[in-house]
Write a protein that binds this ligand. Structure first.
Ligand code: PEP
Ligand code: MN
Length: 341
């Protein structure tokens, strides 16, 4: 339930409503707008309804949130869009941002060279996984803890904020030391313990859509993070499983405009993991930008032929600036502003 306060409602009136909401075991999420304060009362709908808050001092009206996800719903923000800000880089709203880098932190040279290429091309954030979710237990699993200081060094040298994946709650502390954005991978989208723990940190989260997750399931996963008081969630479409076997995954670009109707959260697109193949990455990126994505997360490597993981889909670092200009041109056409860093 959303409790919309009157224009000019006092702090005491807001506090009194929060107290009554919490007294029935519901959580009160307060958003203070320019004109009015809205309190999201999230909990047992009956209990909140029975409070009889209509007509309480300072309360204007009540609006039920009909979707099963509440804090993630577009309705909750009444038309406002969430802009996630990471070290001055904005993602969401009118701002378009690019996250780029190698699949995994495979060596000091590779992560540093990639970081320089991303910075020089005007990318906003650097990606690179120290912990890798691999389909085969016999494949390279990432450098793990040893990869984290290399990310820290890349950040230090280039100033680019770091996006890196967390797979296990036990690694939360070391990851928090270097991550400006914590990536939760497609295979962990419904790892509710992980979502909750990351929610408690308040650190921005890049939440990837599961391989066969519906948009509603994605939004329910985001709700786990939001519920812990962490409003900084980026949703990421990265391709889903369909009957088509001609390519790796089906990049569901329909999800972009549909999510923008369902939620206020930024929506970014990962063309690399959907495609699995370099030649497809640029057309998919252009299409994502045209569909209104708030950003792109893309794999780039200085020498993709030698990459330990995902080389065939990585863009060549030398060609990255040209690619990015073309994607940004389409993003601008779609009404986005580009982040000057
Ligand atoms: C990744 O981004 O490195 C990755 C493993 O992606 P996904 O979880 O979407 O497969
Ligand atoms: Mn990868």
């Amino acid at each position: 339930m959303m409790i919309v306060m009157k224009e000019g409602a006092t702090e005491e009136q807001v506090a009194a409503v929060i107290k009554r909401v919490e007294a029935v075991g519901a959580h009160a999420h307060v958003s203070t707008g320019e004109l009015v304060t809205v309190i999201g009362a999230i909990g047992d709908r009956e209990h909140v309804a029975n409070l009889g808050l209509e007509g309480a001092p300072g309360v204007d009206h009540l609006v039920p949130i009909l979707k099963p996800y509440k804090l993630a719903s577009a309705q909750y923000k009444r038309g406002d869009r969430t802009v996630v800000e990471v070290e001055g880089r904005k993602i969401g709203g009118d701002s378009f941002a690019t996250i780029a880098g190698p699949c995994t932190v495979e060596s000091r040279e590779v992560i540093l060279e990639s970081a320089r290429a991303v910075r020089d091309a005007g990318g906003q954030l650097l990606r690179g996984g120290a912990y890798k979710p691999r389909t085969s237990p016999y494949s390279f699993q990432g450098l793990g803890d040893a990869g984290l200081p290399l990310l820290a060094e890349a950040r230090e040298e280039t100033g680019l904020p770091i996006v890196t994946e967390l797979m296990d709650v036990r690694d939360l502390e070391p990851v928090l030391e270097v991550a400006d954005v914590i990536q939760l991978g497609a295979r962990n989208m419904q790892n509710y313990t992980l979502l909750t723990e990351v929610g408690r940190t308040g650190v921005p989260v890049l939440l990837k859509r599961g391989l066969s997750a519906t948009l509603e399931e994605l939004l329910m996963a985001a709700e786990y993070v939001l519920k812990e008081g962490n409003p900084n969630v980026l949703l990421c479409e990265r391709g889903i499983r369909t009957f088509e076997r001609g390519y790796r995954f089906t990049l569901d670009l329909m999800a972009v405009p549909v999510l923008r109707e369902l939620t206020h959260l930024p929506v970014i697109v990962d063309p690399s993991h959907a495609a699995g193949k370099r030649s497809l990455v640029e057309p998919l990126s252009l299409a994502a930008a045209a569909a209104g994505a708030d950003g792109i997360i893309v794999e780039v490597h200085p020498a993709p032929d030698e990459a330990v993981v995902d080389g065939p889909q990585a863009l060549v670092a030398d060609e990255f600036a040209g690619y990015l200009r073309r994607v940004e041109a389409v993003a601008e056409l779609a009404g986005k502003q580009l982040e000057a860093v």
